[in-house]
Design a protein around this ligand. Sequence first.
Ligand SMILES: *[C@@H]1O[C@H](CO)[C@@H](O)[C@H](O)[C@H]1NC(C)=O
Ligand SMILES: *[C@@H]1O[C@H](CO)[C@@H](O)[C@H](O)[C@H]1NC(C)=O
Ligand SMILES: *[C@@H]1O[C@H](CO)[C@@H](O)[C@H](O)[C@H]1NC(C)=O
Length: 409
Amino acid sequence: MFLAALLLASSAVASVRAAFPEGVIATGTQGATNPPVATMGTVIDQTSIARLISVNSIDDFCVYAPAEPNTKVSDVEGEVVAWCTMPRNNARVIPDGVITGVTFLKTDFYVQIMGWGDFTKLTVANGDSGGELDPHGATGVGNPVGGNVTTTVADGLDEPIEEWMMYMSASQFCLRACTNANSTYAAKYMCWHELDVMGCEFVMPGTYHEPGTFESCDADVAYPPGWYPTATVNGQVQFSTFAQYFEGVYTGGNGLPTAYTVGTTVTPDAPYTIPSSSNCVTTSTIGNGIDASLLTAGAKGSTPLPGFTSTPATAASAPGSSATGSAPVTAGGSPSGSLSTQKITSSSAKSTPSSAGSGSASASGSGSNTTGSSAAFRGASIAYGHGGEYAGITIVSIVSALAAIALLH
Ligand SMILES: *[C@@H]1O[C@H](CO)[C@@H](O)[C@H](O)[C@H]1NC(C)=O
Ligand SMILES: *[C@@H]1O[C@H](CO)[C@@H](O)[C@H](O)[C@H]1NC(C)=O
Ligand SMILES: *[C@@H]1O[C@H](CO)[C@@H](O)[C@H](O)[C@H]1NC(C)=O
């Protein structure tokens, strides 16, 4: 009887969640500052340090921004907090008017959102060319630490997504959460997180608009960031991969500074293709209708505001239990050793930000806050090392070659 009940229960649960390929659904616990699941209708707390972001629709999504005012994102990648368009996830709420344009894309492999806003009205320093967030970071526990992402787009439930990446600057952001995979495109490659001076339009290609457009579309699937098809062999597409180039110096085991380089000197100008959008629905703006006086810096409510209760059921099955177990990526010309570079922290890198980007790469990474193709933008500051053993490394310079086109190794 008990056993039968158990069996029943587990089969009922198993039918709740669609089968997701391996590496798509996050199997760990939520970050320490997060609620246990994505929750709509939480109490306003503009001092929150919750780091659970949801990306569900054109008007129900979150971004990461610093906890303290007037802060460069790249200085606090480990500590940024969630800011949501709706009162959800115990996160801070983005006041209406801050977001000035959004493109929300649903594809077979990821959900992607690209947007504009005046994020100095949150906490981002004026002119900041931005930083890159992902679930890996210096120590493997995420940038921000304990940062988590959910989406309802994959199956209507709040699914915790293992691989995602976000760029955030004073004026622009882009975010991709990888909701699917196959044996060619593992989620970790479709959300590849180590091209962070290349900018939104390179890493997350799609139809970008100037501020003022609010649209929600289906879109074709991009090639994974930095992948270029080269040939088809026995029906299998072969790829070359681009690794962001930089040089640096680290203090070796002998205590002496040692130079290193990583990546490819010839930097491609553009992704191989820009995926098309379709079925676009536009709206004039987005908003939550919450009075701005309730959302000032440091404001706290005492009870949830009425009217924010809609929330899909949370997926009930054990994460990963229904994974189909697709094989690891072994696609032709699969990502080379260069993909093993690991992000590290570097205080000096923070102080030598976009001076690194050269030529067009720094078109707006130079501190200008004008819009353009830039923004979360080529030339933004980064800090990488080749392998975790270089933590604490000093990045001397980041050389991003101007070069033309995709002459890749
Ligand atoms: C939350 O993020 C941490 C750090 O990246 C990760 O280990 C964990 O699996 C995530 N948990 C969920 C539920 O997404
Ligand atoms: C994986 O999906 C991509 C995009 O739809 C497709 O081009 C590729 O052929 C698929 N790979 C396999 C092995 O089915
Ligand atoms: C750019 O910076 C200037 C000077 O700080 C400011 O007046 C202006 O509003 C900013 N523009 C944008 C689009 O952020």
